[in-house]
Design a protein around this ligand. Structure first.
Ligand code: NAI
Length: 301
């Protein structure tokens, strides 16, 4: 079955280069009208350029439909304007891929709180700004597909990226609640954690990995996650042609009797608390409370 985006309007933030450019080109090739957003700054977020316009020219040259937007995702008013313009010209917004991002890597000891806040501002609050701007449009249309961009740093940690990791896991958390709130309106929300050789990873990935991790290799997973039949609430990792699912799981744990509910009792039960047999993936926070209630009932009965 061919996955088509004919008749769909898509916004891709940070699509002036790297992974986002790959998304924009492939969406346009498959029929979407694409808003290519990019501030066009350097890797640390400073400066501006016409990066978005260049990608639009590539799309137009290939026979696709696209418009450039040089707005900053940290500026909510600019993002509202971008969405209003897409709606005015093309009649709606069906797909949003929050992909824009910057780095300010440093060990936490050396990181200033300004460097921490700036990275959270672009990735987490920036994605929330654009999502907020499309949210009502998607609810009213009864159709929306939103993709957040996390990272292995958010999911598993990486030395020197405390600011980035905090923002990235925040995006996976944002996905989980928006998935619940959007379900009724046919708005599906997922998270992608890419691994690609771009300017963002040029000093992390060894040179022999550059071809293996070409940024274009992320687009197939991302496009599936914003397609008509997309799943929702998933965290998907993609890199080098390998696509994986990541889960936030919960162990069955230990039920501690009142006289065991002490730090010493927790230490004594530790092996059982971390035992992964019978681990579940709760679909919402309430499921955890229900599990606790059923474990208590079982222990009492
Ligand atoms: P990139 O630096 O090539 O792309 C990021 C784009 O976002 C740039 O074109 C930049 O100009 C734009 N941008 C930055 N701040 C912006 C702002 N305030 N408003 C609008 N646009 C802005 O890097 P890459 O690798 O393509 O990254 C894309 C996304 O994937 C980012 O969210 C990144 O954190 C994430 N990611 C990348 C990984 C990789 O292996 N390359 C690993 C994990 C996550």
């Amino acid at each position: 079955m061919t996955i088509s985006f004919e008749g769909r309007v898509a916004i891709v933030t940070g699509a002036g280069g790297g992974i986002g450019r790959g998304y924009a080109l492939e969406l346009a090739k498959r029929g979407a009208k694409v808003v290519v957003n990019d501030l066009g700054g350097a890797r640390d977020g400073t400066g501006t350029s016409d990066a978005a316009q260049k990608v639009v020219e590539e799309i137009l040259a290939a026979g696709g439909t696209a418009m450039a937007n040089g707005g900053n995702v940290t500026d909510a008013a600019q993002m509202e304007e971008m969405v209003a313009r897409a709606k005015e010209v093309w009649g709606g917004v069906h797909i949003l891929i929050n992909n824009a991002g910057i780095l300010r890597d440093k060990s936490f000891a050396k990181m200033t709180m300004d460097e921490f806040r700036l990275v959270v501002e672009v990735h987490l609050n920036g994605s929330a700004n654009v999502t907020k701007a499309v949210w009502d449009v998607m609810r009213e249309q009864n159709y929306g597909r939103i993709l957040m961009t996390a990272s292995s740093t958010g999911l598993y940690g990486n030395f020197g990226q405390a600011n980035y990791g905090a923002a990235k896991l925040g995006l996976a958390g944002l996905t989980k609640t928006l998935h619940l709130e959007g379900a009724k309106y046919n708005v599906r929300v997922n998270t992608i954690a890419p691994v690609a050789a771009t300017r963002m990873t040029e000093d992390i990935l060894p040179p022999e990995f550059l071809a293996v991790f070409a940024p274009e290799k992320i687009a197939p997973a991302a496009l599936y996650l914003v397609s008509e039949d997309a799943p929702s609430n998933m965290i998907v990792s993609a890199g080098g042609g390998v696509v994986q699912a990541a889960y936030i799981t919960l162990t069955q744990g230990a039920v501690l009797a009142p006289d065991q509910l002490t730090p010493e009792g927790v230490a004594a039960a530790w092996d059982q608390i971390v035992d992964r047999s019978g681990e579940i993936v709760p679909q919402n926070g309430l499921e955890q409370s229900m599990l606790i209630a059923s474990l208590l009932q079982k222990a009492a009965g």
